[in-house]
Design a protein around this ligand. Sequence first.
Ligand code: FEO
Length: 163
Amino acid sequence: MLNKKLQDTINEQIKNELYSSYLYLAMSAYCESVNLSGFGHWMRAQAGEEQEHALKLYRYVIEKGGRVLLQAIDEPPAEFGSALAMFEMTLAHEQMVTGLIDNLYTLAIDQKDYATQIFLQWFVTEQVEEEANATQIVELLKAIGDHPQGLIMLDRQLAARGG
Ligand code: FEO
């Protein structure tokens, strides 16, 4: 069985992952509106990954005999200013999610729930990758500055993301 507080916090995290998916889908729509379809593709793939994260948590709660309770998801912003501002926001968002995952892990330690600690290790590792990916793109966009040719090349590169 899942401890009640742990279950409530995982349910909260399901919502957080779905909000991440919604946020990246909003970013994707913004990219399409400014003719950056490669960026738009990358963000849609990211939105799909976030949905998978939510489902991983969803399946875990059920497997542990708990109860999934879905919560309301906030409306994401529609405008993001520029590709750089959008990726800076992405990085800040992922850093915030890392904090939430760390809090969840700490709670599992406090509750002496070893199975949940092991389950959450996947998310801890995933957050390292999420932050690294966003950081790399922020750095590339800073290097590109206001050279449209560089932005077009990066757009083509991001269009090649699988998933
Ligand atoms: Fe679900 Fe972007 O971490």
